[in-house]
Design a binder for this molecule. Structure first.
Ligand SMILES: [Zn+2]
Length: 144
């Protein structure tokens, strides 16, 4: 399992979801293309490999890829949204007890940092924030 797949699996696990063979196929096709695609284009490609995949599965998986930081999207003037692989360098929540690392993608957070950088005459290339705390499971154990 490569780093990208692992990151996706960790994200899914943190959201109580499983890395199904369909989600994995969508991820693999998306990453191997390496360029900007619409959800429909991605659907056409994965449907050729697995005709059991629905368009809504592709849409939902793309949403998870965005939230896990493995994809970013651009909106075009013609109303289409295109997705491309990202490096997964998102911000993380880190549990101080069990060490679990949960990726969080918050576009507002990113905007705020880019704006703070801009005001200082700085052009932001990457931004990585780590929030330390207790994960849901450790918190539940702690309270009981
Ligand atoms: Zn924990």
């Amino acid at each position: 399992m490569n780093e990208t797949t692992r990151t996706f699996q960790e994200y899914l696990k943190a959201n109580r979801l499983k890395l199904t063979s369909q989600r994995r196929l969508i991820l693999d096709v998306f990453v191997s293309r390496g360029c900007r695609v619409t959800a429909d284009e991605l659907f056409k490609e994965v449907a050729e490999l697995d005709d059991g995949i629905s368009l809504s599965t592709v849409y939902r998986t793309v949403k998870h890829l965005l939230q896990s930081g493995l994809a970013r999207c651009s909106h075009y003037g013609d109303g289409t949204t295109r997705y491309e692989p990202a490096d997964g360098q998102t911000s993380h929540l880190v549990c101080e007890v069990c060490g679990r690392k949960v990726p969080i993608a918050n576009p507002y957070l990113e905007c705020m940092h880019a704006e703070a950088a801009r005001q200082a005459g700085f052009r932001m290339l990457h931004c990585h924030v780590t929030i330390h705390g207790l994960c849901h499971e450790c918190l539940t154990k702690h309270e009981n």
